[in-house]
Design a protein around this ligand. Structure first.
Ligand SMILES: Cc1cc2nc3c(=O)[nH]c(=O)nc-3n(C[C@H](O)[C@H](O)[C@H](O)COP(=O)(O)OP(=O)(O)OC[C@H]3O[C@@H](n4cnc5c(N)ncnc54)[C@H](O)[C@@H]3O)c2cc1C
Length: 328
């Protein structure tokens, strides 16, 4: 069984770019569609490493790849350039993240136009967090928008875009309660979002409850894909930091497994933590597949190896890609 497939996408052609929902529902080998998140790299070395990871994943034909948008627009030019290169220089279907922080509506329009110029029609519309302190006070740009829903509407009014939004299995940290959080997600979907990608989480029950809440609130919107985000943990210190910054929770049972692997030395035992992290990501993925998740969205942190190991254990044929994998 090979994941490699003939190129059928939009690169350097006038064929329409498939949407995320089309890519998720297209027939494909393997147990479940998967996709990969990249970050705008900070410097030339980091960018070279990111492209090595991109080329590894390209061999595995992910449903799509996403590129995050730096906090407060800090990586705007790099994000737009790299998203454009993903669209024009690879066989991948890119999803560009776009956040509202620090941008006027005029700037947001021009960013959407810059993405469109590069052939990018899949956009993940987000409000974004305050730069510096993601949990700090959110301040609207005086000529900007207040909520992601307005961004969904704005993008929808600018052309034939396919828009996704964020969803939060544990509820967004600023939402007063889960009912409010569900109403916000349903509202973003009713405004035109075609799917959502979740915040990272480590208890599959949170994902299942989110799915149930949306289906109960609005069956039509509940039928849209809720794509779970998976982080193969490779460091206890960094997962603690990521969880804290995202406003989610590392369940005690997961943390205990990682602490036991980390050992009691001054430095955590990275190899042991990594092995447990791959186990946890594999177990979560298996359960999500069994529960009918529409795809798995892997946070790669611009490395390929950990995600490839999880995919391999899920039954994806990684033989073409693994020889290219170098580190973490
Ligand atoms: C998959 C994913 C990808 C991400 N990518 C990025 C990225 O690339 N760059 C980045 O900077 N950040 C990113 N983030 C982080 C995201 O920007 C933050 O989590 C942000 O705090 C919330 O964004 P949102 O789009 O969900 O906002 P919104 O949906 O606008 O919600 C923000 C808050 O406002 C509340 N709210 C929404 N609408 C209303 C309303 N009408 N009335 C009252 N309250 C309302 C919500 O309950 C919530 O508490 C990502 C998050 C996820 C899950």
């Amino acid at each position: 069984m090979s994941q490699a497939s003939p190129y059928t996408g939009p690169v350097n052609s006038s064929a329409p770019v498939p949407s995320v929902v089309e890519r998720l529902s297209a027939p494909r080998p393997g147990p479940v569609p998967f996709s990969v998140e990249f970050l705008p790299p900070k410097d030339a070395d980091a960018e070279a490493r990111m492209w090595r990871a991109v080329r590894v994943f390209e061999r595995l034909d992910p449903a799509f790849v996403s590129l995050t948008y730096g906090a407060g627009g800090s990586t705007r030019d790099r994000t737009v350039r790299i998203a454009g290169q993903l669209a024009t220089e690879t066989t991948l279907v890119p999803v560009a993240h776009l956040t509202a922080v620090n941008h006027s509506i005029a700037e947001l329009r021009s960013l959407v136009g810059a993405y469109a110029d590069k052939g990018i029609t899949n956009i993940l519309a987000l409000r974004g967090d305050p730069p510096g302190d993601p949990l700090g006070e959110w301040v609207k740009h005086p000529q900007g928008v207040s909520y992601a829903e307005e961004l969904v509407e704005l993008i929808g009014g600018l052309g034939q875009f396919h828009v996704g939004v964020a969803s939060f299995p544990e509820g967004h940290h600023r939402a007063p309660d889960l009912d409010h959080d569900t109403r916000v997600l349903v509202s973003k979907l009713r405004t035109g979002a075609e799917y959502s990608v979740t915040q990272l989480f480590f208890d599959v029950d949170f994902y299942l409850r989110l799915r149930d809440r949306v289906a109960a609130a609005d069956p039509e919107q509940g039928a849209k894909p809720i794509i779970p985000e998976i982080l193969p943990i490779t460091s206890l210190a960094s997962v603690r930091r990521m969880v804290e910054l995202s406003g989610s929770v590392l369940p005690a049972s997961v943390e205990q497994r990682l602490i036991a692997a980390a050992g009691s030395g001054d430095q955590e035992d990275r190899a042991a933590v990594r092995a447990v992290g791959i186990d946890i990501a594999t177990e979560m993925s298996q359960r999500l597949i069994a529960e009918g998740a529409p795809g798995l969205h892997f946070i790669s942190l611009n490395f390929a190896k950990a995600t490839c190991e999880v995919l391999d254990r899920l039954g994806v044929d990684t033989a073409d890609a693994l020889p290219l994998v170098s580190s973490t």
